[in-house]
Design a protein around this ligand. Structure first.
Ligand code: KQY
Length: 365
């Protein structure tokens, strides 16, 4: 397939909202023992549950390294496609392609990936297989792609409304380990060119202690154009309180690319989630990988739900607010089934349901 030197905007392609129809979803199989406890065994069961829930609504493909292929094939049901793609870890949202469409064709944007901050504050080393992964997904999907040489981005650091608006955080996109050679204006204009946007809304920070430098997809998500979800807490003693207030102020002050005010649904956060001694002891200590220590607070939130055709897949975290989250999501998405998956094992790996998935938009061919 071709690597294009033009840009999606100049070619009339745009990034659709996640709530628009999907042709399918990609996931990567977890296995690295310095991120996932017990060699990924616990996380693998959770990934199977997520994949099965999504597969009720749209086709799912799971990418897996050679040495785990047989195990993944055995653990996943037959209707889920398993393909071998070399990878360093299992974050399809972040190292996979961001798909853009002109309504009849899709193409991939193959961002440069540096493990959430490269040698400044990246989360593991090396990351070369993950950086090569988007191209391989585009080959499997038979779509041409745009490579953003010299521009680093993870899919979880952006959310779009499909009508010209993107929401992101300064904490992530302006962090030293991403594109510190570019000004904020240059970053904006690259995003506008590659995703076909008119307006970028900059939140300041994401979820407290999120190791991605505050990915937006753990704190905010669009429901549809003009309507969104924001993670929320009323606990003034929690550092997260000020962050949520700040996000709301910005969202209330701003309008979107079409000049609309964005209606916000507040999604109550769970109580702080900490790593237990047993969980910490199950993770291999490796120099260059972020350690997982007993008592560390995880970036727990429900805002990282994933929208599929006809349903919402959201994390259950064993908290009293799990049911409130389901209720708020039903109010925001009345026409979709709300499905909760016990996602503690994904959270223990520093991630969430949204960042392990990537949708392929549906097009009329
Ligand atoms: O987007 C994400 N939340 C991925 C986090 C990667 C964590 C690696 N330990």
């Amino acid at each position: 397939m071709k690597s294009l030197t033009s840009t999606p905007k100049s070619d009339g392609f745009r990034m659709p909202g996640e709530f628009e129809p999907h042709a399918g979803t990609y996931i990567i199989w977890p296995q690295r023992p310095d991120n996932w406890r017990l060699g990924g065994k616990m996380a693998q069961h959770t990934f199977v549950e997520v994949a099965k829930a999504i597969a009720r609504f749209e086709p799912v493909t799971v990418a897996v390294n050679y040495d785990q292929y047989a195990n993944a094939r055995h653990m996943l049901p037959e209707n889920i496609r398993v393909v071998e793609i070399s990878n360093n870890d299992s974050w399809m949202r972040d190292c996979g392609p961001t798909f853009v469409t002109n309504g009849s064709e899709i193409r991939g944007v193959d961002w440069e990936f540096n493990s959430w901050g490269g040698l400044v504050d990246g989360l593991y080393f090396p990351w070369d297989k993950d950086d090569s992964l988007a191209q391989k997904v585009c080959e499997i999907e038979r779509v041409d792609s745009y490579r953003t040489k010299g521009f680093i981005l993870e899919g979880g650091s952006i959310h779009v409304d499909g009508e010209g608006t993107l929401v992101t955080t300064e904490e992530c996109l302006l962090s030293e380990g991403r594109n510190s050679h570019l000004t904020k204006e240059e970053i904006e204009s690259t995003l506008k060119e590659y995703l076909n946007l008119e307006k970028i809304i900059w939140l300041k920070r994401g979820i407290y202690l999120d190791e991605t430098n505050g990915h937006v997809d753990n704190i905010f998500s669009f429901v549809k154009p003009g309507e969104a979800i924001l993670a929320w807490t009323e606990d003034k003693s929690d550092p997260q309180y000020e962050i949520c207030q700040e996000c709301l102020e910005i969202l209330e002050r701003e309008s979107d690319a079409k000049g609309r005010k964005i209606k916000i649904h507040k999604l109550m956060l769970p109580k702080p989630v900490l790593i237990t001694k047993e969980e910490s002891e199950g993770v291999d200590a490796v120099e260059g990988t972020l350690p997982r220590q007993e008592g560390d607070r995880l970036a727990a939130s429900y805002a990282n739900f994933y929208i599929v055709n006809g349903a919402i897949i959201f994390p259950r975290l064993g908290d009293a607010n799990d049911d409130n989250a389901a209720k708020t999501l039903k109010e925001a998405f009345p026409d979709r089934e709300i499905i909760g998956i016990d996602a503690r094992e994904i959270l223990l790996g520093g991630g969430n349901i949204h960042c392990i998935t990537q949708q392929i938009p549906a097009v009329k061919r």
